[in-house]
Design a binder for this molecule. Structure first.
Ligand code: ATP
Ligand code: SF4
Ligand code: MG
Length: 370
């Protein structure tokens, strides 16, 4: 499938474009990830022999609805960025498939990577290294449209229009180089660059994390307006749990390469069901002087991702671990895009965990206080 850039440029009107490019209809998720897997080989010694593998993303499945913001949280090293890079096809997946608006990606009859990158763009944390230091920023923004066939003058006009959209006057900022801008201004350029191809979805990987709080608030505000104006769908990765709550419709919690919980943002934040999600969210309170808690909400370091625990990967840090937790990996289930799902034996009737024993209904028990 091919689309011309001209019909999809911001000048054509974002709402009209979005409707024209909505191939699957409103009920079709924007993105479906099925059983994604990425193991990185570990090398050791002078000869670089294979010494094992890091299970960075291990059988991850989820979907993102059109127009929503799905937040992704989890400790450092749990696989958030690897997942983002897999979705962007910046690195090859070992297993799994991705479906974008109903079309499989990278199969003979599906979307090509070039087509995917028109529709799906990413903004990274490091605003400086994402930009070519030798190009004026308006040329960096125009680069994508040029590669996709737009003539030089139209691409320059588009770039200057995008500068305006992200709140930077083109006459003042267009000819500057990245080192002549502040971090917040550079991140606006990166957002403009990502939007120059009129994507339908943005992956934001710690995109505001390096900014100071006042600039972060401005950029978040900008993202909110752009989402509305361009009818965008966001995947928002951040270690800042407060920001994720603020921007997300749903939240996905990762632990050691796997999803442990996914659901509507208020359900996850107000009543987390997985002991890891609860501990992660309690860590906010541990940092808040007004709500200080005495006990550390989560103890111990994350296990070695090259040798994760058998069964439930959280069991070595979970106060509720029982024998079933070491023998059987809990599954998330699949109950539709709005469901609050959790991968924990305590929440699965008949799993063999004492806290789940005898439970016959679908109602989960609350996570006991840690
Ligand atoms: N190219 C690579 N080669 C080997 N291991 C890698 C590579 N990239 C990532 N990893 C490993 O994969 C795991 C997941 O890394 P990833 O960067 O996805 O984590 P993250 O959740 O984004 O962490 P952070 O919050 O610190 O950004 C880590 O154990 C990391 O060391
Ligand atoms: S499955 Fe077992 S170890 Fe894992 S979170 Fe649930 S109770 Fe804890
Ligand atoms: Mg990361």
């Amino acid at each position: 499938m091919t689309q011309t850039l001209q019909t999809a440029s911001p000048a054509a009107g974002p709402d009209g474009q979005a409707a024209a490019r909505d191939r699957g209809g409103t009920a079709q998720p924007m993105l479906i990830a099925n059983h994604l897997k990425k193991y990185f080989a570990l090398r050791s010694g002078m000869l670089g022999g294979r010494a094992g593998e890091v299970k960075a993303v291990d059988d991850v499945s989820f979907s993102v609805r059109k127009g929503e913001t799905l937040g992704i949280v989890g400790e450092s090293g749990c696989g958030k960025s690897t997942l983002a890079r897999l979705l962007m096809h910046l690195i090859p997946m070992d297993e799994g498939e991705m479906i974008f608006d109903g079309d499989p990606v990278g199969t003979p009859s599906g979307l090509t990577l070039r087509e995917l990158r028109r529709d799906l763009q990413m903004v990274f944390q490091d605003s400086y290294s994402s930009l070519n230091p030798r190009l004026p920023v308006q040329d960096s923004i125009a680069y994508g449209p040029r590669v996709h066939g737009m003539d030089r003058i139209s691409a320059r006009d588009l770039a200057r229009g995008m500068l305006d959209k992200v709140g930077l006057r083109p006459d003042l900022f267009g000819a500057r180089y990245p080192h002549e801008l502040s971090g917040g201004q550079r991140q606006r350029i990166n957002i403009a660059r990502a939007l120059a191809l009129s994507p339908r979805m943005l992956i934001l990987d710690e995109a505001v994390s390096a900014l100071d709080k006042s600039v972060e608030a401005q950029v978040l505000n900008l993202l909110r307006h752009l989402k509305r104006d361009f009818n965008l769908t966001y995947l928002f990765i951040s270690h800042d749990l407060a920001v994720v709550r603020h921007v997300s419709d749903r939240v996905l919690v990762m632990y050691l390469g796997q999803i442990v919980e996914i659901g509507p943002v208020d359900a996850i934040y107000d009543a987390p069901r997985h002991p890891y999600s609860k501990a992660l969210l309690d860590s906010r309170l541990a940092l808040d002087p007004g709500e200080r808690i005495d006990e550390a909400p989560i103890t111990g370091d994350p296990p070695n991702p090259a040798n994760p625990p058998s069964g439930c990967r959280f069991r070595t840090r979970c106060p509720f671990a029982e024998s079933v937790c070491s023998t059987t990996m809990p599954t998330l289930g699949d109950e539709g895009p709005d469901a609050h799902l959790v991968a924990c034996h305590m929440m699965a009737p008949g799993s063999g965990h004492s806290r789940a024993a005898g439970r016959t209904g679908a109602q989960p028990c609350p996570v006991p206080a840690l």
